[in-house]
Design a protein around this ligand. Structure first.
Ligand code: OGA
Ligand code: MN
Length: 276
């Protein structure tokens, strides 16, 4: 029997009782799309989805990103997520996943959703937290919403890497700067009338503000958004599959040892809605 239980008012729904073959059916994909819209994060407990079914399910939800580097040898759509360089070429860059972020904010159209399934878990740490910026924005006073709507924000690799390494060498800085930065409105006005916030680790400055004032505004919004009522913390069990709406959920990994066995298999869906 499958059960579907909201986790809190603002974020998350848990679905239990599905197994890998269920993810081949269009009904489960349709339900997932609806749950993502309503709850932001869908937790399929101990679904033990196979790699082949993860790809099939992801394709049923949208166009799947094929990673340029570091993909699974048999499935180019799947990226192994680990901090262990022996398991993932991107282990070094992934260290910044411990800071609140959304995926792909340096792209013109950020990814629509991300799917992460636990193949192995950490003994200590390694939970994933999510924060719903749709809910956080919705709870702001109207006057504050109006003030925020005028701002634009610059996202860059450098901003997130500076959090780990505040005093980079000129070579390190030059390497970060090879990834182009991207300017977005601070508030994303969606076609369905909802609003989300384009904040997180990659947000480095607010256009037209001093670095200090921009930082203060970004910190204020991040503090507001990551209040407990907007946050879901997921403690992983092997076989869990979590899908999040990347157009409005910030997320972060709780730190864990790079040598821990934690290994996630991840797919991402190409963004469908332009930022406006
Ligand atoms: C990601 C990510 C968090 C985690 O894969 O985009 O941020 O808990 N992962 O591994
Ligand atoms: Mn991420």
């Amino acid at each position: 029997m499958t059960t579907c239980t909201p986790i809190s008012d603002a974020i998350g729904v848990a679905v239990s009782g599905l197994s890998t073959e269920d993810f081949r059916t269009p009904q489960i994909a349709d339900q997932c799309r609806e749950l993502l819209h309503r709850h932001g994060v869908v937790v399929y407990r101990e679904a033990h989805i196979s790699d082949a079914d993860l790809v099939t399910f992801s394709r049923a939800l949208g166009e799947v990103v094929v990673a340029k580097a570091g993909a699974h040898p048999d499935y180019p759509e799947i990226s192994p997520v680990s901090l262990d360089p022996a398991k993932s070429h991107l282990a070094g860059l992934r260290r910044s996943t411990i800071f609140w972020h959304a995926d792909g904010l340096m792209d013109a159209v950020p990814q629509k959703a991300t799917l992460l399934t636990a193949r192995d878990v950490a003994d200590d740490g390694g939970d994933t937290e999510f924060a719903n910026t749709y809910a956080a924005y919705g709870a702001l006073p109207e006057a504050r919403k109006a003030e925020l709507s005028a701002h634009r924000v610059v996202h860059s690799v450098a901003a997130s890497q500076l959090l780990l390494n505040p005093e980079p060498t000129p070579e390190q800085r030059a390497a970060w700067n090879r990834s182009p930065s991207r300017e977005h409105p601070l508030v994303w006005r969606h076609l369905d009338g909802r609003h989300s916030l384009l904040i997180g680790a990659t947000a480095g400055e607010i256009v037209g503000m001093t670095p200090e004032d921009g930082r203060a505004l970004l910190d204020e919004l991040l503090d507001w958004t990551t209040q407990p009522q907007f946050v879901l913390r997921h403690r992983w069990t092997v076989g869990d599959l979590v899908v999040w709406d990347n157009t409005g959920m910030l997320h972060r990994a709780i730190p864990y040892e790079p040598t821990s066995p934690r290994l996630m298999h991840r797919t991402t869906l190409v963004g469908e809605e332009e930022i406006a």
